[in-house]
Write a protein that binds this ligand. Structure first.
Ligand code: AMP
Length: 208
């Protein structure tokens, strides 16, 4: 299956992507991860991308499209993939169609994880990570043990979350209707336990 997974910050997209990869036996392709790896390795592309990433701006289309183009040729992506963080714009979506068409492939679906804004803010602002184990907790729904060394991600603070949600809404305002017109969009209710949301995604994709 060739999927695009779309969801706002704190929608559980990361968890669902991992479950889908496991179930479908396909890799997750995340342009954010690839760009961070390039930056950490200090490649020319990584250095160039860092200027945009540090400023909270989108990296130019030709850079991310080039990365995805190369990644789609890897052996593990032949039978399918889950794209995360790409496409972010309609021009990127059109380029993706072109990249796939050249390989005789098509996208099967675009899954949108839908969570009301108020709940997203509550999820993100009360999210804490144990520095030692990397385990993620929620102060209300999944409280940490007393000995956890808790850390609050800088981008999970309320004002940053509001800004990230605004950006997400602006980004998807054109992208989701674009895929809806093509009959590819599957909106899934993202409120509930991870396993419940996962079952809804499988159902939306017609997988038993
Ligand atoms: P993410 O981890 O998906 O939030 O991506 C982190 C950063 O990488 C973004 O803020 C952008 O600067 C850049 N980036 C990731 N994916 C894309 C994309 N599809 N188009 C442009 N920039 C991207």
């Amino acid at each position: 299956m060739r999927l695009v997974l779309v969801g706002p910050p704190a929608s559980g997209k990361g968890t669902q992507a991992a479950s889908l990869c496991d179930r479908l036996r396909v890799p997750k392709i995340s342009t954010g991860d690839m760009l961070r790896a390039a930056r950490a390795a200090g490649t020319p592309l990584g250095v160039a991308a860092d200027r945009f990433m540090s400023a909270g701006k989108l990296v130019p289309d030709e850079v991310v499209i080039g990365l995805v183009d190369e990644r789609l040729d890897a052996e593990d992506a032949r039978a399918g993939f889950i794209l995360d963080g790409f496409p972010r714009t309609v021009p990127q979506a059109e380029s993706l169609s072109g990249l796939l068409a050249r390989r005789g492939q098509v996208l099967d679906a675009v899954v949108q994880i839908d969570v009301p804004r108020g709940l997203l803010v509550e999820r993100a602002t009360l999210r804490r990570t144990d520095k030692r184990t990397g385990q993620i907790y929620h102060l209300k729904y999944n409280p940490p043990p007393p000995d956890a060394e808790l850390e609050h991600r800088a981008d999970d603070r309320e004002e940053t979350v509001a800004k990230r949600l605004d950006e997400y809404e602006a980004m998807t305002a054109a992208l989701l209707p674009h895929y809806d017109q093509q009959g590819l969009l599957r909106r899934v209710d993202g409120v509930g336990k991870p396993a419940e949301v996962f079952a809804r995604i499988l159902q939306a994709l017609g997988i038993q």
